[in-house]
Structure formats: structure tokens, C-alpha cells
Design a binder for this molecule. Structure first.
Ligand code: DAK
Length: 261
């Protein structure tokens, strides 16, 4: 399928989605979001794919929702169409993705761009990455998880400061604050993201999915509910052939051969 605003590629078990609208700093226009949704749909349906990297360009991951598209919009219309969910379901598709998603961020990840990175499971940043929720500067507020995920990721004080002031945070600060897992040189970003995705994809897929859902429970629910979810998921892995194979391989001092079952 031809895309206008993204590039989609596959390398072994890794799917790579590159946001590619450089003239507008990868602003997340409706067309881009729709294409993102279609790409995620295709990668999730592809049994060969075990993990997905979402990336942008060297200078910009994404500078947020497309301000030009939002300029003349009014509340009633946005509410009725549940903007921007009506456009290709891309945002909703991202939240619904069950395969591990790695955001590989260089340059600006602002507003919806920062929210998109945070909706992924892991953020890997290059030294040039800049994160922020600058919506306050254009008279609005974060609308795709910025006031929620950022607080959970970096704590109230820093999240409040970023959302209320609109200032950006560089990669080093983002790593210190716990928003990103690691910072790598800009030229190594995609390779590192691909290697991380490949290492995840090499594990048993159902086990990876269980772990991912359990970690997200910690992020999204209270401790007791999260611990119960984790215990049940752990017990559930004992029905997987891959769990038996993994433990047998360890005991026999050989590499496991996972069949994703
Ligand atoms: N929208 C449209 N165009 C943008 C853009 C954006 N967000 N950001 C940059 N551009 C365009 C600029 O208009 C310019 O285009 P030309 O004038 O060359 O045609 C080009 O990209 C380069 O931008 P600059 O000339 O401004 O470049 P600088 O290097 O000087 O500055 C910047 C880079 C990233 C600091 C600056 O462009 C900037 O501040 N951009 C806006 C950042 C921002 O305010 N982002 C938040 C937007 S609100 C939701 C989902 C998402 C959202 C809400 C709800 N739901 C699921 C419910 C998201 C909302 C937002 O993100």
C-alpha cells in the first residue's frame, strides 16, 4: 500500500513505522494518523512480526497535532465526532496494539508527539530528543494522555511543571526522570531500536504479551489489582509450550526454540 505521510518497512521480525511529513515537522494530521492506524493493523495481523518500532526523522519525531487542521474547529463538532478518533482510528489503534511498541525519538516530541511516544511501551531517545507538552502556549491542553501518562512516568511535580509552563525537557533530563529507557547517539538510534525490538521479538510471543500487559497494569491500576493480575498472568504462562521449552532448555544448557505457543 502507498503511504503519503509514513513509511512502513519490515526487517525480519521487526516492523518499522516512520512518520514522514518533514515539511510540517511530522505534525500529526488526520491523514498521517489514519495511515498509522492502517500500518499498525497490518503489522498486528502479520504473524512474522514480533515487535514494532515507531520513529520519525533526525530533527523531529513529531511536533504535535496539526495546528492548521485544528484552527477553525469548535467544541461541539470535536465532541460529536470524538476528534480525532473519527479519522482512521489511528490513535485508538495505537492504544489497542498488543505487540510491543518502541518509540525511537530524535528531536522534537511535542504535544501529540510526546503523547504518541508515551502511548508506546518503551521510549528510546537520541541525544537530540526534546519532550514537552506545549499546548498551554497555544491556548489549549494535552488531549491524548499528556496529563495522565506523563504524571505516571515522571511524577506530579515535573509533569505539572512541563504541562503548565510548556517548556521542553532534553534527553538527559528525560532519562533521569524515567520517561525514556536509554539515550543513544543520534546516528545509532534506529539501529539500537531495531536491535531492542529484535531481541524482544526473539522471545516467546505469548509470554512477551503477558509481561507487557502486566507492566501496563502497574501503570494503569492500583497495586493490589496489579499484583493479582501479574500473579494470574504468571500462572497462565504454565500452560504455554514455550514456558516448558524455556525451562527445559535452561536445565539442558541449550538455547530455547520458541514456537510462540
Ligand atoms: N502543526 C502544524 N504545523 C507545524 C507544527 C504543528 N504542530 N509544528 C511545526 N509545524 C510546521 C511549521 O508551521 C513550519 O511550517 P512552514 O511555516 O515552514 O510551512 C514547519 O513545521 C517548521 O516549523 P517552525 O518554522 O516553527 O520550526 P522551528 O524549528 O522554528 O520550531 C517547533 C520548531 C517544533 C518548536 C515549533 O514548530 C513549534 O512550536 N511547533 C508547535 C508545537 C506545538 O504546539 N505542539 C502541540 C500542538 S497541540 C488528541 C490527540 C492529539 C492531540 C490532542 C488530542 N486526542 C487523541 C484526543 C494533540 C494536540 C497537540 O499536539
Amino acid at each position: 500500500m502507498q503511504h503519503e505521510f509514513i513509511e512502513l518497512s519490515r526487517e525480519d521480525a521487526v516492523g518499522i513505522i516512520r512518520l514522514h511529513r518533514p515539511e510540517a515537522y511530522n505534525a500529526l494530521c488526520n491523514g498521517l494518523i489514519a495511515e498509522l492506524g492502517q500500518a499498525l493493523e497490518a503489522l498486528e495481523a502479520d504473524d512474522a512480526i514480533g515487535a514494532i518500532v515507531v520513529t520519525g526523522g533526525e530533527k523531529v519525531f513529531a511536533a504535535g497535532a496539526d495546528i492548521g487542521e485544528m484552527l477553525e474547529r469548535e467544541h461541539a463538532g470535536l465532541f460529536v465526532e470524538d476528534f480525532p478518533f473519527a479519522h482512521g482510528q489511528g490513535w485508538e489503534r495505537l492504544a489497542r496494539c498488543r505487540k510491543p511498541l518502541i518509540a525511537a525519538v530524535s528531536g522534537y516530541a511535542l504535544g501529540g508527539g510526546c503523547e504518541m511516544a508515551m502511548a508506546c511501551d518503551i521510549i528510546l531517545a537520541s541525544e537530540t530528543a526534546k519532550f514537552g507538552q506545549p499546548e498551554v502556549k497555544i491556548g489549549t491542553m494535552p488531549g491524548a494522555g499528556g496529563t495522565q501518562r506523563l504524571v505516571r512516568a515522571i511524577g506530579k511535580a515535573k509533569a505539572m511543571e512541563l504541562c503548565l509552563s510548556g517548556r521542553t525537557m532534553d534527553a538527559e533530563e528525560a532519562e533521569r526522570a524515567g520517561l525514556v529507557c536509554r539515550v543513544v547517539p543520534v546516528e545509532a538510534l534506529l539501529e539500537e531500536a531495531r536491535a531492542l525490538a529484535a531481541s524482544i521479538a526473539a522471545h516467546s510471543r505469548p509470554v512477551v504479551m503477558q509481561i507487557r500487559e502486566s507492566v501496563n497494569q502497574a501503570f494503569e491500576t492500583g497495586l493490589q489489582a496489579g499484583l493479582l493480575f501479574e500473579r494470574r498472568a504468571f500462572q497462565g504462562t504454565f500452560d504455554f509450550a514455550d514456558r516448558r521449552e524455556g525451562m527445559a532448555a535452561f536445565a539442558e544448557k541449550r538455547k530455547p526454540v520458541f514456537r510462540h505457543r
